[in-house]
Ligand binder design. Structure first.
Ligand code: AMP
Length: 451
């Protein structure tokens, strides 16, 4: 089975700037929340591509000397998040290859749903793979295409893959950016202050490098960047927007605008909706930091119950999901979050989090709040129960490990030890993100898969 090593990653591309790799590096810092496992940058000096990638945080992977070797006016970068995979740096991105037209590098956020099928067909024809990443399929498809130029080869290749992909490609003279027809994962285009362009998974990267937001890359669109001209757009697939609603719920940074809307504002709306449809009497509203902060502010504003910082987060510990074993996960929750006793003691507390996946985090948090003296703990979740795994790039465990797929809300409430538990419902979630028609993928809450 292929590993889902491209899930929940970030990509960035810089074109037409003499400090391209430095800007890619800064952008990756802004996108670090999308993946902490490995980072990489490929640059082009017009004749040759240069690549550095390694396991670890962006800050650890690069330094001034290394960035100097990534010369040229275009660069693509990637941060990787995965729960599986071995220690090999081969599984870090960008993926670099030499082929008959020269050199190319690819960085990918998402998941190809037909990856195993495509790979089996390629292997049957003699292809040799170096990694378990589905991104490598794309390299082979491009290399094997009979077209004589790269753009038509890319067009051929992407027509063979299905699923979620926000991609950046780099050749010696061009950069390409592409989103799948559903636009599952975000990808935006911006203008750099001193000329040149940036594409990035989230607009928080634009703010860091003072780039101006131009627009989102459209679902199914391929953008081609070439020196001395405006980016050229080719609409390869008919756009059928199905944006990942979980980007708003949990994944994107609150200061980003994804799918055309502020993440912070949509999260606050979720909190307001939650207060409206699932009210409860209490003394204080507290968030599980950082995921629950914006929705707890919304909940407090709507309910009139004071907002407090009742839990401190240690920012120097990585995300809870990173460690694959259950034992490590439990330990990490304890290391990461600690209660503010003076806020909690003797109080009826409403604690807000964005989601419950396995239930481990909520259970520990509630125990911690009770130990700190809370008289009641009411858990409110700013999304519907997570009942189904994601195949389009968000890392969720199998259905048998998703607590909401196996227990009722009352049973979960008992399991996590809360005095009450309530979730947002799908309608309220869709209202919170101002969903037009049916343009969001909600499979993790509904089991309705698109491809
Ligand atoms: P759990 O202990 O499995 O119920 O984890 C729930 C916590 O994980 C919540 O605080 C969420 O903010 C967070 N979370 C939800 N989805 C993900 C994800 N895909 N990756 C990492 N953390 C997540």
């Amino acid at each position: 089975m292929l590993e889902n090593v491209n899930e929940k990653c970030a990509v960035v591309g810089i074109f037409g700037h003499k400090e391209a790799s430095k800007l890619a590096y800064f952008s990756l810092h802004a996108l670090q929340h999308r993946g902490q496992e490995a980072a990489g940058i490929s640059s082009s000096d017009g004749e040759k591509l240069h690549t550095i990638k390694k396991r670890g945080l962006v800050m650890r992977v690069f330094n001034e000397t290394k960035l100097k070797t990534l010369s040229g006016s275009s660069a693509i970068g990637h941060t990787r998040y995965s729960t599986a995979g071995d220690d090999s740096i081969l599984d870090a991105q960008p993926v670099f290859a030499r082929y008959d037209l020269g050199e190319m590098a690819i960085a990918h956020n998402g998941n190809f749903t037909n990856a195993e099928e495509v790979r089996a067909a390629l292997i049957k024809k003699g292809a040799i793979f170096q990694t378990f990443m589905d991104t490598e399929n794309l390299i082979h498809l491009i290399a094997k295409s009979e077209k004589t130029q790269l753009t038509p080869r890319i067009m051929d290749a992407v027509k063979r893959i299905e699923g979620a992909f926000s991609l950046v490609f780099l050749s010696r003279t061009k950069m390409f950016a592409m989103r799948d027809r559903f636009g599952f994962r975000p990808l935006s285009l911006g203008r750099l202050p001193n000329g040149g362009y940036i594409v990035a998974s989230e607009t928080c990267a634009f703010d860091l490098v003072s780039a101006e937001f131009i627009r989102d890359i459209k679902p199914g669109e391929l953008l081609i960047f070439k020196e001395g001209r405006e980016p050229k757009s080719i609409q390869i697939f008919e756009p059928t927007p199905k944006h990942c609603i979980f980007e708003y719920v949990y994944f994107a940074r609150p200061d980003s605008k994804v799918f055309g809307q502020s993440v912070y504002q949509t999260r606050k709306n979720m909190g307001k909706e939650l207060a409206h449809i699932k009210p409860i009497e209490a003394d204080v509203v507290i968030p599980v930091p950082d995921g629950g902060v914006a929705s707890a502010i919304g909940y407090a504003q709507e309910s009139g119950i004071p907002y407090e910082m009742g839990i401190m987060r240690n920012h120097y510990i990585g995300r809870t999901f990173i460690e694959p074993t259950q034992e490590m996960r439990d330990l990490k929750v304890k290391m990461k979050l600690s209660p503010m006793t003076e806020i909690i003691k003797g109080k009826r507390v409403i604690v807000i989090d964005d989601s419950i996946v396995r239930g481990t985090t909520s259970r520990r948090i509630i125990r911690m709040l009770k130990e700190a003296g809370a008289s009641e703990v009411h858990m409110r979740i700013s999304s519907p129960p997570t009942t189904d795994p994601c195949f389009y790039g968000v890392d969720t465990p199998d259905k048998d490990k998703l607590i909401a797929a196996n227990m009722s809300t009352d049973e979960i409430c008992e399991f996590i030890g809360a005095d009450s538990l309530a979730y947002l419902d799908s309608e309220a979630l869709l209202r919170s993100v101002n969903a037009k028609e049916d343009n969001y993928c909600t499979a993790c809450f509904t089991g309705k898969y698109i491809v």
